[in-house]
Write a protein that binds this ligand. Structure first.
Ligand SMILES: *Cc1c(COP(=O)(O)O)cnc(C)c1O
Length: 407
């Protein structure tokens, strides 16, 4: 008989977004004239930068002519894109990363989800922050690295609590952990980590022969000069860290699909004899076996992100969302809440003082604004709400007027 992978049934169906959608649907059916404003799902709303649209159009036309047509591209991405990434995202910030350490993909969700395939499914201990982007957790559950969920936490996983006390930046694990997921600027809390804080994780990884998986999908939202954009700005990180990036939030690519993963040559894991072995060949093996690359027009569009116009247009795009975030933060603070995030991230996170879903329902019914209940991201999110800055200025202002009117 064809036996199912029963680890899949361990995954706690997070009904988060479908639950939100159902409540919104029920409310709109009962209130036909309601004009609902969505500050919930983490999807961008503004159009692609013109430089990207132009590059994609030009590349599409090249595909329609025999002389310039391209079939399968290089396994790890076109050189023109990998060179631009290495130069602008890393070397220009003092991080010594070269093009052959960049692996272009169709986004950071796939890469953060797939990367765990490179590690043992039986012996390693995995740590995740709480609250967390669910992909890190669920893919490890599917791979069989956990027991069942008990009270919303999987047996065998180590949870790094992110709370008001630690300003939503967790401490390094107390005992031995082998794989640690980190995400800064954070989804859902909007928190950022300093060089010192990331340095503590890099030191931990060296000392414990561990590996860090660093998700920097929101790096473009950092405005504070002192905050690191990349884990490779931390000395010693190249041996112990992999970094994930995406054009989704920085350049509006959520529907276009492009991102990349950095695996430095020096990055090591260990074999069962305890000898250090390089990690990059494992990721290369996986990529060339299971992936055939991102389309040529999309890679040209991603390359255009780094052109002079592209950089200016992306900066403006992000600045627009950050201006929204500032309004959300300030309006919440004016009502006595203590929001975090939104200064170097598109998410604002705050303690509501009541059950997350109860507060969600209040905002939906009384203000007709959709938010995200923090409890959907983990136990430490209980009582919290995430508000996203991904919408137009006009709608954000209107939504915050309404929210402040009912609080
Ligand atoms: C949006 C997001 C990503 C990016 O996902 P893509 O697959 O590149 O669209 C990655 N990590 C986190 C935490 C995110 O919120």
């Amino acid at each position: 008989m064809i036996l199912a992978n029963e680890n899949f049934s361990k995954v706690q169906a997070t009904y988060l977004f479908s639950d939100i959608a159902r409540r919104v649907r029920e409310f709109s059916e009962a209130n036909k004239n309601a004009s609902i404003i969505k500050l919930g799902i983490g999807d961008v709303t503004r159009a692609l930068p013109q430089a990207c649209v132009d590059a994609m159009g030009k590349a599409s036309r090249e595909m329609g002519v025999d002389a310039t047509f391209r079939g399968y591209g290089p396994d790890y991405g076109y050189e023109f894109l990998r060179e631009a990434i290495a130069h602008y995202d890393f070397q220009a910030r003092g991080a010594d990363i070269s093009a052959d350490e960049i692996f272009v993909s169709d986004g950071a969700k796939c890469d953060t989800g797939n990367f765990q395939e490179l590690f043992s499914t039986t012996t390693i201990k995995v740590a995740v922050p709480d609250p967390v982007y669910p992909v890190y957790v669920d893919t490890n559950v599917m791979a069989g690295r956990t027991g069942p969920a008990v009270d919303g936490r999987y047996e065998g996983l180590v949870y790094l609590d992110c709370t008001e006390e630690n300003k939503f930046v967790p401490d390094v694990p107390a005992g031995q952990v082998d794989l640690i997921y980190l995400c800064f600027p954070n989804n859902p809390t909007g928190a950022t980590a300093t060089k010192e804080q990331l340095g503590a994780f890099v030191d931990y990884a060296h000392k414990h022969k561990a590996l860090l998986l660093f998700d920097a999908a929101y790096e473009a939202f950092i405005v504070d000069e002192d905050l690191p954009h990349s884990i490779y700005e931390i000395p010693g990180a190249k041996e112990v860290a992999v970094e994930f990036r995406s054009f989704s939030k920085s350049a509006g690519f959520t529907g276009t699909r492009c991102g990349f993963t950095v695996v430095p040559k020096e990055c090591r894991v260990f074999n069962s004899s305890g000898e250090a072995i390089p990690l990059a060949p494992l990721w290369k093996r996986r990529m060339s076996t299971k992936f055939n690359g991102v389309s040529y027009p999309v890679q040209r569009a991603a390359e255009a992100v780094y052109s002079e116009e592209g950089r200016a247009q992306c900066k403006e795009l992000v600045a627009g969302y950050l201006a929204n975030a500032k309004i959300i933060r300030e309006r919440l603070a004016s009502k006595g809440f203590k929001p975090t995030g939104g200064d170097n991230s598109p998410y604002i996170w705050f303690n509501t003082g009541m059950d997350s879903w109860k507060f969600f329902d209040k905002l939906l019914k009384e203000a007709q604004v959709v938010t995200t209940p923090g409890s959907g991201f983990g136990r430490c999110g209980n009582g919290y709400i995430r508000i996203s800055a991904f919408n137009s200025l006009e709608k954000v202002v209107k939504a915050m007027d309404r929210i402040c009117g009912v609080l």
